[in-house]
Design a protein around this ligand. Sequence first.
Ligand code: IPD
Ligand code: CA
Ligand code: CA
Length: 255
Amino acid sequence: MIDDLIYISKSAGEIIRNYFGKNISVEFKSDVKNLVTLADKESEKTIIDFIKKKYPSHGILAEESGQQGNDSDYLWVIDPLDGTSNFAHGLPIFSVSIGLQYKNEIVAGVVYDIMRDKIYYAEKGSGAYKEDVRISVSKKSKIEESFLVTGFPYNINENPENAFEKFIAMTKASRAVRRLGSAAIDFCYVAEGVFDGFWEVHLNPWDICAGKLLVEEAGGKVTDFFGNKIDIFNKTILASNGIIHQKMISILINN
Ligand code: IPD
Ligand code: CA
Ligand code: CA
């Protein structure tokens, strides 16, 4: 099935790439910060049509169209375009993210970094890969030398979970904190050791599913801010190389 995930992520990514930089319609979802475009919708339709044709009995949870079919052990969890704001403003950092669960456990995940044309994939128990090269998390142990990434939810004006305070504290404690705008790509960069850690206060299942498996299969750790195990329906997430995890937890819970 991993070949199918890779194939359909790349096909959807190609649709998005062809729209990039063109003047396509942008609509607001919850508010003016939260966008959706024709590219999100076409990408999602392409992915769902493929799954329905090849795996008609499987369940699907997709960002733009919600859940369909819930009596299967399989659940495809789809972010058809992660990084829509970047896409809509012409910043080439966005991805397609597809995870596959079997009996509520993530068994496969793929993130396609569209403009770099890089595919990241993992299967449960088989390691994480970028293209065909195995990847692993960093070995950085000093929080003051760590390179971190985060993101902010669309309801940031309400400062959920003290997102701003956490950002300030992490920025002071580390070498630097970045905000790329695609959670799926943030996970990939942790998995390949570019970033040593990634946290976010409010994510959705389609942001988490593929990325969580990628980081874990690359030897890293993914929990909530207290170090508890999470499933894809958890909102707060902390992903790291494992070594600096506890240090990040103490910053997150104290701010
Ligand atoms: C968003 C991106 C962003 C993160 C937001 C997500 P979207 O996803 O992953 O990096 O900070 O929380 O909602 O809306 O572009 O698919
Ligand atoms: Ca997303
Ligand atoms: Ca999206």
